[in-house]
Design a protein around this ligand. Sequence first.
Ligand code: ATP
Ligand code: MG
Length: 584
Amino acid sequence: MKYYLEERIGNPALFTGRQKELDFFLTWIDEIKQRKSKSTAILARRKMGKTALIERLFNITFHKNDGVIPFYYEIREETVDVVDFCLDFFLTFIYQYMAFKSRKREYLGQTPDTNFDKVKETVVKEGLDYLIDMIEKVEYTSKQGHGWILWNIVREAPKNLAASRDEFIVQMIDEFQFMNALVYRDKTMTRVFSDMAGGYLSAAESKVAPLLVTGSWVGWLLNDLMMLLPGRFRFKFLRDMPEEEAVEMTFKYSRFFDVSVTEETAYLIAQLSEGSPFYISAIIRSTYEDKDLTTVDGLADTLEFETLRTEGEIKSTWMEYVSTAFHRVNDRQAKNIVLYLSKNKNREVTRRELLEKLELEYTDAELEKKLKALVRADIIEQGASNFRYRGVQDNIFGKVFRGVYQEEIEAFESEQIRKEYLEAFEELKKKYRSLLGKFSYQKGYFAEYLILDQLLYHARSKNVLLKEMTCNLPADFKFCEYRRVWSYRYAPGFAEGFSVDIFAPAQSSAEYSIVGEVKSRDRKAFSKAEAQSFEKKLERMVTIEKLDRVVGFIFSRSGLSAEAEEYCRKRGISYSADERWLDI
Ligand SMILES: Nc1ncnc2c1ncn2[C@@H]1O[C@H](COP(=O)(O)OP(=O)(O)OP(=O)(O)O)[C@@H](O)[C@H]1O
Ligand SMILES: [Mg+2]
């Protein structure tokens, strides 16, 4: 797949998992063509990968080129007057539309040029003359300085264009909540256009150009949507990554950034991160100078650094967020309240308890208002009733918060945080060992990643041994240099959730590529039916990736059934159950 929009994730190969969400939203995008998809807001805790997800959706949709035109716009965190905002919004749209139509990536990276003559010239050059009217209307209105009218025109532009040309557009707007806070009504920059997003009341109902919005201030976003655009959006929650995706991401980041982990520490990182891609990335990429993620102590040191030291990405990110939030909430007791909830994060706390325990001098109504502001800022959560509140259910955030504010408010030992991490690790280690024990394994709970490393780093030097351990390889087979060695997820056609555990395309076309399946956590022998279903995937891989010479490889720790072995022999699929594949 080709990546058109530069993704913030950096190397596109780093994007991991989100399988369910990709499936859901790709179907949602596809169904725009049947006018079935309703505008949707993606909601999630901070840093859960909302932006990463919509940027990837943009790229897949762009690449598929299958009747839905993607438009991505991020509202930047800076003040701007409405005319400038509208021009930027509109021209970004026009350039992305041109990029899609002309398949030219270079139009995507451009900062929109407000030289309208040049814009029109480019539009004509690409044979999109029908855009000229719309562009001239925007040019004229912006020169007149009619901000409000201009907003009406540019906001409706994607929808109107789609409707008039029988096309379909998905409008992805990131940081949507900033629209009502940072755009000013005119150049004097005195009055904020505080109901700007409310303009979407009708456009958000469009079925030919529905919106997919998200933002980093989720409580605030949700509040804006409910107040200004009631009933216009569906909400879709982006949850923690499931364990297997968190583990995959840990191994992938470890390899990519050349930071070693062991199977055990990878398990601990994935678990402690509670499925947050941000935590996994921050731990692996931590700038802690003595970082050693191959031991539990080393991992605790790194986490302590990330949680308590200002150079830590986790702490600095959260502190920036929290201080902006407190500034917005503007209350001197807010820290105390958040700290109290964070210390009691395992239960809900009532307003009465807060009033009494913290000896607050507010009326209940005043406190309710302040708590509401904190909920909106995502610093605390609403409990089961309007009267109850909870600390955010994020154990690392809670520790960062205590590390900063507990000290300010009361005596605090930073040793305590380290102790808590170590205690959490003890618990997790027990869990990990019992998982291994369940299969009587010493190692190789994550066998697929060991095999991937074996292929990438050692297979060439261990050619003879690995070939000996593997049945049914072609006579002229040898392990070679691979262009990449990782699992494979077929993105553009996602609906069928197609994936294989190992994909290692050979660097030279004279050598064999490998497509493989790993079964480790299963006591049953690999069956003939499984071999058949693997063979189907293998065939699809050959077509999709245009593979000439390829070997299908099954690693099953509990062996293959006699029928499966026979089937593999007949069909030329190689296999192994030899544990030494996991020795690296
Ligand atoms: N699916 C993923 N695979 C790999 N890395 C990811 C994935 N999703 C997110 N990340 C990484 O996690 C971090 C947070 O992601 P991102 O900025 O997309 O989150 P967000 O929810 O948009 O955050 P915010 O709440 O600040 O808007 C980034 O460093 C990103 O590269
Ligand atoms: Mg984001």
